[in-house]
Design a protein around this ligand. Structure first.
Ligand code: TXD
Length: 309
């Protein structure tokens, strides 16, 4: 059984939490790449020196040389700028687009067989860019957003009801932005529909807080955006691929006609296993839910169509 290798492109806030958690769980050996000299090397050395305390034998290497990612099984991309207060995710498009193009060409060269998880914002446009520029099979490229957005919805429901998060399940569809589509009808608490446990106005408030949750953290932190919850969310995707778990996870996946959408990435429930995104699950939506998904898709489509690759 060869050791798994996970390359992290971007060694900033999220990259550091990814490296730490992957190593602590011994999910694989970590190569942390960044363009800033010393940053990935310092973070990896710090984590490495802590692993004896938690009895982890993961290897970590910080690098500024793409050749070090060669042969990676999984590549997780956070390279790019993060939001500052007052910025929308879309405001990051131009700068992060150029970065993503260079990342895609380097990953294609050095880790052509990897399963790629894109985190950089604006997420739906960035994952689309990576797939088109790299030419990777669409099912080997996905974006992390829906797991985070659904986790936020789950956390707020659990807080409101005073129950374990373990028993709250939820799904959020659509783009990773204010138009995302929380689906209360598909949220259950110990198998009980949340609509049987909370009044409509409380659920509406939780949906709205979920849509704005990223901005809420940005306004509090002032220096950047959420970084622990995104990292934990991406790790669940990587683990499902590496261990062929076939988990059903909401993520930005390439649609070839599902939900009436073709040749775009957007957040949908997907089965992630050893082949990558193995299946897209199509939910039955009410007219209102479909309308919200269409609006979210239009927001994603106009952003992606503004990119001339
Ligand atoms: O749910 C989601 N998908 C979002 C994604 C949740 C939260 C954050 N979201 C986005 O992830 C955020 O808007 C950013 O676009 C990325 C990364 O967020 P992070 O907080 O990690 O940003 P940092 O700390 O600024 O780290 C980015 C690193 C930084 O160290 C840069 O030096 C590096 O990216 N960087 C590069 N790495 C590789 N290659 C290139 N060209 C490059 N340019 C910058």
């Amino acid at each position: 059984m060869t050791r798994k290798k996970i390359a992290l492109i971007g060694g900033g806030n999220i990259g550091g939490v990814l490296a730490e958690n992957i190593a602590a769980r011994e999910l694989g050996d970590v190569v942390l790449f960044d363009v800033v000299e010393g940053l990935p090397q310092g973070k990896c050395l710090d984590i490495l020196e802590g692993l004896p305390v938690i009895n982890s034998d993961s290897h970590l290497k910080g690098t500024n040389n793409y050749a070090d990612i060669s042969g990676s099984d999984v590549v997780i991309i956070t390279a790019g700028l993060a939001r500052k207060p007052g910025m929308s995710r879309d405001d990051l498009l131009n700068k992060n687009l150029e970065i993503m193009k260079s990342v895609a060409l380097n990953v294609k060269q050095h880790a052509p067989k990897a399963f790629v998880i894109v985190i950089s914002n604006p997420l739906d446009a960035m994952v689309y860019t990576f797939q088109k520029v790299s030419g990777f099979a669409p099912n080997k490229v996905c974006g992390m957003a829906g797991i985070l957005d659904s986790a936020r919805f789950r956390a707020f429901v659990a807080m409101e009801l005073g129950v374990s998060v373990k028993d709250v399940h939820a799904v959020v569809l659509g783009g990773h932005g204010d138009t995302m589509v929380p689906l209360p009808r598909y949220c259950t608490v110990g198998g009980i529909p949340v609509t049987d446990l909370l009044p409509a106005d409380k659920i509406a408030k939780i949906s709205e807080r979920t849509q704005k949750a990223g901005g809420e953290v940005v306004e509090l932190l002032k220096t950047g955006s959420a970084f622990v919850s995104p990292a934990l969310s991406a790790i669940s995707m990587a683990e499902s691929y590496l261990k062929d778990q076939k988990r059903v996870l909401p993520c930005a996946a390439y649609l070839g006609g599902e939900y009436g959408i073709k040749n775009y990435y957007i957040g949908v429930p997907a089965v992630i296993g050893g082949e990558g995104v193995e299946k897209i699950l199509e939910l039955k939506l009410t007219a209102e839910e479909k309308q919200h998904l269409d609006a979210s898709f239009q927001a994603v489509k106009s952003l992606i169509d503004s990119i001339h690759l």
